[in-house]
Design a protein around this ligand. Structure first.
Ligand SMILES: NC(=O)c1ccc[n+]([C@@H]2O[C@H](COP(=O)([O-])OP(=O)(O)OC[C@H]3O[C@@H](n4cnc5c(N)ncnc54)[C@H](O)[C@@H]3O)[C@@H](O)[C@H]2O)c1
Length: 270
C-alpha cells in the first residue's frame, strides 16, 4: 500500500522492515469493523498476511470489494466482507452472527469503525450527537455483546478497541468524537474486568495522528504539519502499519496476559 504520499512524501523515516510473524494468529478468526479503508484496511491485510481467517464490515462496498480483490490477487485468503452500518445495532449484530456461522466463532475483534467529521459544540442537536456517539462508541459495546458468547465457548478472545490521541491532546471542533473516544477507554477497562474470567482480553489502542489516504486528502495542512512537528517526540509521520503492528501483537497469544490497558502509538505526543 502507498501510505506516505502528498505533503509527507518527503519526510524521511527509517524503513520499518518486515512485520513479525505470530504463529498463534494462523487460522484465528478475526473481524474488523470499518475495514474497507484507512487503518481498518491495513488491519485486514496484515491479519490476512498472518494466515488468519479475516472478515470485515463497512458501508463503503466499492472500497471493500477492491480490498478483497487485491488481497486475493496477492495470493492471500479472500477476506469475507459484509455490508453493515455499525450504527444499526441489531442489524450489525445479525451480520456478526452470520459471519460466525460462515467462518466460525470470532476470536479477535477489532472495533475500528469511526467518523471524525467536524462539528460545532454550540449548535449540534441531540440527534446528531446521538448519531456520532453511535458511530464512535456504541457499536464497540454491541459488537462485544454479539461476539463474547462465541469467545466464551472457545475459551479465548482478544478485543481491540480504537481510541484516539484526540481524547488526550488539545483538539477542538469534534466534541462528540472526542467524548466517544474517551468513553472507549472506560468501556475497555470495565469490560476487561467483566470478561477477564472467561479469558477474554479487552484492550484499547490509541493512535496518534496517522497519515491515512483520507487524512492526507482532507485534514493535513501546512499548519497541522507544524503542530505534528512540535507535538511528537519523534520526527516523521505515523502510518497505518505502525498501528497494525501493535494490533497484531494484541491479537496474538504473545500479549496473552495483557488486558484492560491503553496502548499508545503516537510518536510521543506531548
Ligand atoms: N487516522 C488517524 O489519524 C487516527 C488517529 C487516532 C485514532 N484513529 C482511529 O482509528 C480508527 C480508524 O481510523 P481511520 O483514520 O482509518 O478512519 P477512516 O475514516 O479513514 O475509516 C473509517 C472506516 O470506517 C467506515 N465507516 C464509517 N462509518 C461507518 C458505519 N456507520 N458503519 C460501518 N463502517 C463505517 C468507513 O467507510 C471507513 O472504511 C478509528 O477508530 C479512528 O477513530 C485514527
Amino acid at each position: 500500500m502507498e501510505h506516505l504520499t502528498g505533503p509527507n512524501s518527503g519526510i524521511a523515516r527509517p524503513p520499518l522492515g518486515d512485520f513479525a510473524s505470530y504463529p498463534s494468529l494462523v487460522g484465528q478468526v478475526v473481524f474488523v469493523s470499518g475495514g474497507a479503508s484507512g487503518l481498518g484496511a491495513e488491519f485486514v491485510e496484515q491479519f490476512a498476511r498472518q494466515g488468519s481467517v479475516v472478515a470485515f464490515a463497512d458501508v463503503d462496498d466499492a472500497a471493500a470489494v477492491a480490498l478483497a480483490d487485491r488481497l486475493e490477487q496477492l495470493g492471500l485468503r479472500r477476506p469475507l466482507y459484509r455490508h453493515a452500518d455499525v450504527r444499526m445495532a441489531s442489524a450489525y449484530q445479525e451480520v456478526l452472527a452470520d459471519i460466525a456461522a460462515v467462518i466460525g466463532p470470532i476470536s479477535v475483534l477489532v472495533n475500528n469503525a469511526a467518523n471524525d467529521e467536524r462539528h460545532d459544540s454550540t449548535v449540534i442537536d441531540p440527534s446528531k450527537w446521538s448519531d456520532l456517539l453511535a458511530v464512535n462508541l456504541s457499536h464497540h459495546l454491541f459488537a462485544i455483546q454479539a461476539v463474547a458468547p462465541g469467545m466464551r465457548e472457545i475459551g479465548v478472545g482478544s478485543i481491540i478497541n480504537l481510541g484516539s490521541v484526540a481524547a488526550h491532546a488539545p483538539f477542538t471542533g469534534m466534541p462528540a468524537y472526542i467524548a466517544a473516544k474517551a468513553a472507549v477507554e472506560g468501556l475497555t477497562r470495565t469490560l476487561a474486568r467483566e470478561l477477564g474470567p472467561a479469558r477474554i482480553r479487552v484492550n484499547c489502542v490509541i493512535p496518534g495522528w496517522v497519515m491515512t489516504v483520507r487524512q492526507l486528502r482532507e485534514r493535513v495542512t501546512e499548519q497541522t504539519e507544524r503542530i505534528l512537528d512540535e507535538s511528537q517526540c519523534l520526527p516523521g509521520r505515523l502510518i497505518p502499519a505502525d498501528v497494525a503492528r501493535l494490533v497484531l501483537w494484541l491479537g496474538a497469544a504473545d500479549s496473552g496476559m495483557c488486558t484492560g490497558q491503553n496502548w499508545v502509538v503516537d510518536a510521543g505526543w506531548s
